[in-house]
Ligand binder design. Sequence first.
Ligand SMILES: Nc1nc2c(c(=O)[nH]1)N[C@H]1C(S)=C(S)[C@@H](COP(=O)(O)O)O[C@H]1N2
Ligand SMILES: [Mo]
Length: 362
Amino acid sequence: MRDIHVKPVSYYPSENLEYPMMTEPQLITPNELFYVRSHFEYPFVDVHQWSLSIEGMVVQPLQLTYQDLLKMNLVTLPATLECAGNKRSLWDKKAQGVQFGLGAISHAEWRGVRLKDVLEQAGISNQAKEVVFQGLDSGQRPDMEEQVFFERSLPLEKALHPDTLLALEMNGQPLPFKHGFPLRLLVPGYYAMASVKWLHRIRVVQEAFKGPFQSIDYVILEKPNDYPHAKPVSSVVINSSIASPMEEEEIAIGQHVICGYAWAGEHSVSKVEVSTDGGKHWREAQLLDPDIAYSWRRWSLDWRVDQPGVYTLMAKATNELGESQPMKAKWNSKGYQNDAVHVVHVHVADAKLTENLLHGKA
Ligand SMILES: Nc1nc2c(c(=O)[nH]1)N[C@H]1C(S)=C(S)[C@@H](COP(=O)(O)O)O[C@H]1N2
Ligand SMILES: [Mo]
């Protein structure tokens, strides 16, 4: 064996992985391709030692094992998860945070216990206001002295919603480790920071939770550090992305399919319009998937192009309330919720280049 000296890594960075938008559009994201957003090093988890505690403003605190949860009433729910920082790299003016492209979004079929069932078993006291969820992962933030856990809260109403789950399975498999094994919260229709992974502790509290992932991050700041006017990020807004063709792609003269995804959080996507001339004219795309609650819908539009040149493609989705994506998103210093009409520039080759493209020579 060769003598290779590898310098030990003293710090395992947090892992962030995008779903590859350039793959064939699929309704359900395979677990191996599902995007990953993790703020800290992966935690150590031994499922035999692990349990879920429910404490705070409850009548009867509970401690549930993995087996206890598996024995409860399990329900299945498809839901799209989108990171609030999805498309952060697309802002004209740069915003701080992970520079995600189009792929901080994926879709899976989740199976688990209704959070409501567990909370009702513990019995919520009358003074309760919010429910706080703690993951097993913790670490240092650049802006704080002490080590902190990844923790988030939900208002009681969303916590008690029958679709808010304690998810044990993802696409028919036990939750993969990177997605929160053995248990994650699944808050459909909310940006995914709410869906706490490696969940081990639930606290019912009587005051607004102010942890850093609730009050420093995941708030809309119209000006940097304007915390007095911070607004929390919660429900996913109407949005869409063009998956193909890709930005700056070179394509042949002729027949093409423009396709992508549209999603609307707690609402439904009712239509997607596409422009191939920079927004002068719009045509309605075909929706390829049925309208399933909390689920993205693939869409496509056939496009014939006969003249070489640069074309500006745009996609704009509208929800069932009639709300459409804006041409320009409202900038905020942390770059959340980029819901602007998605713009893609494509280069349509001239006749000679088209020949080469079609014969794989380009
Ligand atoms: N415990 C824990 N839960 C977490 C996070 C985390 O870092 N730690 N990241 C959140 C964020 S910001 C997102 S976008 C989603 C990502 O979920 P995924 O990695 O399964 O795609 O998990 C959320 N839940
Ligand atoms: Mo996120």
